[in-house]
Design a protein around this ligand. Sequence first.
Ligand code: AKB
Length: 317
Amino acid sequence: MQQETILITGASGQLGSVLSKRLQDKFGVNNVIATDLRDNPSFVGQFEILDATDFEALTTIVIKYNVTQIYHMAAILSANGEKNPLLTWDINMKTLFNVLEVSRIHTISKVFFPSSIAVFGANVNRDNTPQDSNLTPSTVYGMTKAAGENWANYYYEKYGLDIRSIRYPGVIGYQSLPGGGTTDYAVDIFHKAIKNEPFECFLSEKTTLPMIYMDDAIRATIEVMDAPSVNIKTRTSYNVAGVSFNPEEITNAIRTIYPDFKVTYKPDFRQGIADSWPKSIDDTNAKNDWNWKPNYNLEAMTEDMIENLKATYLEKI
Ligand code: AKB
């Protein structure tokens, strides 16, 4: 079997940091090259500072380590992206083009490109949103993901690049904090509950969104990458469902453990973004093509989150 060497961009991010560890377990610590814009002194393993908008710098790392697979996790997310739309377009697209081109030129064997439920906007059925819905995203982040999906498909069709992708729902995990997304509230709310502090939610109580527990999100990533190439019939990006809930429902789940937990609602500009996204996702294609099945529902996720976060906070005392 060929020895794989994995390059991951955005390795210090919410998903990237957890994925890096999982990839180290799978491929060996020395065979994963974690990269991010800034140094990460607490990272255990191989780490390089990399601005993925810099094609030469990316190429240098690919050649230096003889990279065979790339997981391109770096991106500006939905809420932060709206603060500077043109810069968001430039950064998200430039980094993707660099990854696609370096992969084409240096015959990288597999690439992972994360897409998002943010590709959906007006004109979709918001319940159980189908895979092949019309994509009219409401955010620049969503536009970069919708465009990125088409570029992924183009590189597959034109150059045979084995690139795979899933449309992540909002990701919830105890291991890392999200940064600049619309679904971030669903992580922040747990931190407040653990600290016995009240939580002010930036979405209204009935705003249902598709979410996924970190464990499931990482497993979905590994499973879509491990599936035989012939099974990957969708080369844009797969719908993947985890669990759907609204702020009121997650509050009630947390209150089964912290009955006095207080939550108030003060919707801001992120409400408009959330209102344009699906409530739930139809992931039939992922189920059929690579046997996708989430393990965590709201109750299981809440219990696991609280148990692990409590341990993390205790360690810090
Ligand atoms: C965001 O809220 O922007 C992300 C996403 C759903 O892609 N978490």
